[in-house]
Design a binder for this molecule. Structure first.
Ligand code: GLA
Length: 371
């Protein structure tokens, strides 16, 4: 019987937040936590999925796939992938899938993109179909946008599909060109700190940010008298000149996006030179922009970043992912992990907040399929 094992990692975004849907640049890395799907060929057109975490088994037919009416459940991500693959003209066959995951769910480390990519890889392999990874990533994004109903950008699916051990992925979200940037961390490492703040209102606030960016592009078109496709096409000088004519909120959003794009490119250049200190500096600037201009941070993430940044041996810290809770990422000396962890735990305890979770990670390998 045909069998497959698909392993898809989560991701941490190193810099370039809320820039993907503005056709800008992002620089994520895959992390050492995975969704693993064991698959075998099934009966006819039926897909049966067992999720170990939820102790649930759900079966559905490939011939009857409709978007969820209420809140999406985990199975909708897999149904969505089947739907999007069919839309793209790929014929799947029945399958039995068993899903296991070590990626914390809802923490902003792309457990959904990992589930989508692992399921897509398992299903297409069982159906004997070959799809290039960038195409598979775009199909999974379509599943999430149009079936699950979350208007995410392309970053997560690309990072999960194309991540490489020891490297960050520098992705141009307009052309979808990408290249790998070495993450030579030496005596330093990455520490992910999960604030444990549930990203409850994140979907609506995320969509609002997207709409604000679209509105800013329209206004800037008018003010600058030239057609911009996205905020990527405006310069910082132009946005500063346009400031008196822009609603203050749209000015803040535009300025953030343009500056963040610059920070991504500067960070990539610094990392290529092995200059971790400069990269750390941009991480700090990125967090400040997300907090003050894009307004997607929260007190817990700010406290993590502030506490970490004030501890010796820390080169930089920032919130990562969509924001409104979820995780921060810290670049620090390996020897200081213990100390930073204690400082953050104590700062949280003083506020009476839940103790954060800590995950040390290196940049890991992307999607992998074993037959
Ligand atoms: C979420 C989305 C991504 C990206 C980030 C913010 O993770 O899924 O596409 O927009 O937020 O950078």
């Amino acid at each position: 019987m045909r069998k497959v094992k698909a392993t898809a990692p989560g991701r941490v975004n190193l810099i370039g937040e809320h820039t993907d849907y503005n056709q800008g640049w992002v620089m994520p890395a895959a992390i050492e936590r995975n969704v693993v799907i064991l698959g075998s060929a099934g009966e006819g057109r039926q897909v049966t999925v067992t999720a170990r975490e939820y102790k649930q088994t759900v079966a559905f037919s490939l011939d009857r796939l409709a978007p969820p009416e209420g809140k999406a459940a985990w199975i909708d991500y897999i149904k969505g992938v089947c739907w999007a693959l069919a839309q793209a003209g790929y014929e799947l066959t029945g399958a039995n899938l068993v899903v296991q995951s070590t990626i914390p769910i809802g923490a902003g480390l792309s457990s959904s993109a990992a589930l989508e990519l692992a399921a897509a890889a398992a299903l297409v392999t069982l159906a004997g179909v070959e799809i290039p990874l960038p195409v598979l990533a775009r199909i999974c994004q379509k599943a999430e946008n149009e079936f699950v109903g979350v208007k995410c950008g392309i970053m997560d699916q690309y990072a999960v599909a194309l991540g490489r051990a020891g490297q960050a992925l520098l992705l141009d979200c307009r052309s979808l060109d990408y290249r790998y940037i070495p993450l030579k961390l030496g005596d330093y490492c990455l520490l992910i700190v999960d604030s444990r703040v549930e990203r409850r209102l994140s979907a609506s606030a995320y969509n609002r940010r997207r709409e604000e960016c679209e509105a800013a592009v329209k206004k800037l078109n008018h003010i600058l008298g030239r057609p911009l496709q996205s905020l990527r096409d405006a310069t910082l000088e132009e946005v500063k000149e346009a400031r008196p004519y822009l609603p203050p909120r749209l000015y803040r959003r535009s300025r953030y996006v343009i500056e963040e794009n610059m920070r991504v490119l500067e960070s990539a250049a610094a990392l290529e030179k092995g200059d971790l200190a400069t990269f750390g500096y941009y991480m700090g600037r990125s967090h400040a922009g997300l907090r003050d201009l894009y307004e997607v941070s929260c007190p817990e993430l700010d406290l993590i970043v502030e506490t970490a940044s004030g501890t010796p041996g820390v080169l930089g810290a920032r919130m990562t992912g969509a924001g409104f809770g979820g995780c921060a990422v810290v670049l620090l000396e390996k020897d200081m992990v213990e100390e930073v962890t204690v400082e953050i735990k104590e700062a949280f305890a003083r506020n009476g907040w839940l103790e954060p979770y800590f995950y040390r990670t290196a940049a890991a390998e992307g999607l992998k399929v074993d037959i």
